[in-house]
Design a protein around this ligand. Structure first.
Ligand code: M6R
Length: 365
């Protein structure tokens, strides 16, 4: 089943152009129409005034990324919460709030219980984004859209995450249409972005030799810091989770603007700092944050775009993903952090596909 690959994680990373294009087809074939989410989706979408997304782990980071799209494209207030936290607190239910659950397996107990709790508290609309047909979450939800990632075997989630992002982007554009915020010009822009995404991902995959050359700089370190801003902050979080999950290196992610509020104290030559620095409107801010790291002797590993004006210098290593691709940039910038973790795990000799203490599907509390 592995074919030419050494691990399922590696295979699944490389399956992303196809997985993403299969999932994008939902919106490219039928259009960004409500019916992609269920028969009565149009009525539901017209009835809601806000969104709450509940999920765990990597699926929670997909939710955190989608918040930016849902608020900027569909202009709908979106709240994101860890399922295991939500289910044990007193919530103020809003029957006009759509509850979205995101789950690769569709069987994660905390996410399932969080949905049931929301429903018991009076939420009447729910949508599940799931990779496994007819699993528990879609069965319990009013609306559903399935990601088309195919089976994901590696415990570390890779193609499930990027396909969740595609489905969530599709949802943001669909809701934007329903709510009148996405005009025809924008629709063309979003459609084209989805069309070229598989190629943009392929470009990032081709960076593997450069990324693997960084692995020895991480393998002997006790910890690493990941920085991002805006919509790329959740990608930094996902990068840190991948690294700790399969290499057992302690990793944390911070919004780069928070550095001087504490984590800067950790920075020295033993703490590699990975920066997700696409050529977007926050780049100058990120550069200023990188200066703060350099000034403390920290070594920077920067993922930026081809068209930004970075160059390697003492203590600053740069890898360039394609030209800044705009709204779908977080999806493309996920690939390098997946590959980085994978190569650090190879360098350390850890069990890539079955990291210690973890299960693929968490069906217990
Ligand atoms: O099946 P789910 O998407 O509900 O799983 C949620 C998490 O358990 C999962 O994403 C976990 O964090 C991954 N192992 C991360 O790579």
């Amino acid at each position: 089943e592995l074919g030419a690959y050494s691990h399922f994680m590696q295979k699944e990373i490389y399956e992303q152009p196809k997985a993403v294009s299969d999932t994008a087809e939902i919106f490219l074939d039928a259009g960004f129409i409500a019916e992609n989410f269920g028969e009565n989706a149009e009525a539901v979408f017209n009835d809601i005034d806000s969104i709450k997304i509940l999920a765990c782990g990597t699926s929670y980071y997909a939710a955190s990324t989608a918040k930016y799209w849902l608020e900027s494209i569909a202009k709908i207030a979106t709240d994101v919460e860890i399922a295991s936290e939500y289910r044990y607190r007193e919530v103020i239910a809003n029957p006009k709030q759509l509850i979205i659950t995101i789950s690769q397996s569709g069987e994660t107990l905390d996410t399932m219980e969080a949905l049931k709790y929301a429903q018991a508290m009076g939420h009447k609309h729910s949508l599940s984004i799931c990779n496994v047909m007819e699993s528990a979450l879609p069965r319990a939800s009013e609306l559903v859209v399935y990601t088309r990632a195919g089976a994901e075997i590696g415990v570390a989630s890779t193609k499930a995450f990027t396909t969740q992002l595609v489905a969530l982007f599709g949802l943001a554009v669909t809701l934007g249409r329903v709510r009148g915020y996405v005009d025809d010009t924008k629709l063309v822009e979003y459609t084209n972005a989805l069309r070229s995404l598989p190629n943009d991902i392929q470009y990032a995959l081709n960076l593997e030799p450069q990324i693997s050359s960084w692995s020895s700089k991480f393998a002997d370190k006790p910890s690493a810091l990941f920085l991002g801003r805006g919509i790329h902050y959740p990608i930094a979080l996902e990068g840190a989770l991948k690294l700790k999950e399969i290499t057992y290196i302690h990793a944390e992610a911070y919004p780069a603007g928070e550095l001087k509020h504490g984590p800067l104290a950790l920075v020295d030559e033993n703490m590699p700092v990975v920066v997700i620095a696409p050529n977007d409107s926050l780049l100058d801010k990120v550069k200023a944050n990188m200066q703060e790291v350099s000034a403390r002797g920290g070594e920077l590993f920067v993922f930026t775009d081809l068209d930004s004006d970075f160059s390697d210098s003492e203590g600053v290593h740069v890898i360039r993903t394609p030209r800044h691709i705009g709204v779908l940039s977080p999806i493309v910038h996920t690939i390098p952090v997946q590959l980085l973790s994978y190569h650090v795990a190879l360098a350390k000799g850890t069990d890539v596909d079955k990291p210690r203490n973890l299960a693929k599907s968490v069906t217990v509390e």
